[in-house]
Design a protein. Structure first.
Length: 197
């Protein structure tokens, strides 16, 4: 599994390696809906965006994370971020998360194609046997979106994380395994085709 920074591109989005140069654009994206006020997703505001990006880059330097800025085509506007994390070449698995999108990019082809690009990289380039997606038990929108991908809910990790606001978060774990990938890919491809018609 080569976790060197790469650019992944589809018809609706481009995922480019996250850098500190994206800081202002991410703040603007988060301002679309004031996402930093969310109690179920950690989204950076202006005062902590550099720290947020640096944490991702530190994980990348250790070979455990691969973060991306999400750019919406055709205007190449940064609308959010996502990343691979908990990358384990030995176990041929990775997690996809830290994903958030400005409000105007939600319920559009952006998230669908972002997930298709990431899952294709994981299963077809890295030859993963498992990809995890983990979200806050209270984040109904995220849970619904993950199930729509075709992921299977596996269970709840109790008091899994302590959020910046001090809440002990229970997390729901979902996964897609290699034997399910072709069906998931078909579903996502068909969903994207609706946007092209």
């Amino acid at each position: 599994m080569d976790v060197t920074p790469i650019t992944l591109e589809g018809d609706f989005v481009k995922l480019e390696p996250l850098t500190q140069a994206h800081a202002d654009s991410l703040v603007s994206a988060a301002g679309d809906g004031e996402l930093w006020n969310s109690t179920v997703t950690v989204v950076p505001a202006r005062d902590n965006v550099a720290e947020y990006i640096q944490a991702a880059l530190d994980g990348q330097a250790l070979g455990r994370e691969l973060p991306f800025a999400i750019l919406r085509k055709p205007n190449q506007e940064v609308v959010g971020t996502t990343r691979f994390y908990d990358i384990s070449p030995l176990d041929r698995k990775a997690a996809i998360g830290y994903t958030w999108l400005g409000k105007s990019a939600q319920r559009t082809p952006v998230n669908t194609e972002t997930k298709l690009l990431l899952l294709t990289q994981a299963f077809e380039q890295w030859r993963c046997v498992r990809v995890e997606l983990i979200t806050d038990v209270l984040n109904e929108q995220s849970r619904t979106a993950i199930l729509r991908l075709g992921a299977k809910e596996e269970g709840i990790l109790r008091k899994h994380l302590i959020l910046p606001n001090g809440r002990a978060r229970d997390s729901v774990v979902f996964s897609i395994i290699d034997s399910e990938w072709s069906q998931v890919k078909e579903r996502l491809t068909a969903k994207l085709a609706q946007y092209r018609e």
